[in-house]
Design a protein around this ligand. Structure first.
Ligand code: ZN
Length: 148
């Protein structure tokens, strides 16, 4: 079953140049006491580290993009892991020719500029739990739809 939340507020801001996306958004969440949110953003990156989850090996493989890119879309969420806000975001980046690259945002992804919106949610605790099948920390079974 899905869980029901109300929108508490929408926070709008930007990260400082060269700020790490995950560290920066985590700091915002800690400062504002955010426990659940929907994340959106646009901007540009100076360098990026994107992950691809290998579903056979059950581990992330990283690829680095060390040059400036447009950040076309940052999307994801904030929920709790071990009682602290945990930022999970994916990014689509584009180069000078408009070619797109994407993945799971890893530490080391630094912005040239980022304008973000956080739709802060009010509702039940949304705590990540270790999932044995995927080896990932996922939202709990209480918000998972059981298969027929
Ligand atoms: Zn991810």
């Amino acid at each position: 079953m899905a869980a029901s939340f109300k929108t508490e507020m929408v926070l709008v801001g930007r990260l400082a140049r060269a700020e790490d996306i995950l560290a920066g958004l985590t700091a915002v969440a800690l400062e504002r006491g955010i426990r659940a949110a929907v994340v959106q953003g646009v901007g540009a990156t100076r360098e990026a580290v994107l992950g691809f989850y290998d579903q056979e090996a059950l581990e992330y493989r990283d690829h680095s993009i060390p040059e400036p890119m447009e950040l076309l879309s940052l999307t994801g969420n904030i929920s709790l892991k071990d009682g602290s806000p945990f930022v999970h975001v994916h990014a689509i980046l584009s180069d000078e020719q408009g070619r797109a690259f994407g993945g799971h945002v890893m530490p080391g992804t630094r912005v040239f500029a980022l304008e973000y919106s956080l739709m802060v949610l009010d509702g039940p605790e949304l705590c990540r739990e270790y999932d044995r099948e995927t080896h990932l920390y996922l939202w709990p079974a209480s918000v998972s739809r059981a298969l027929g």
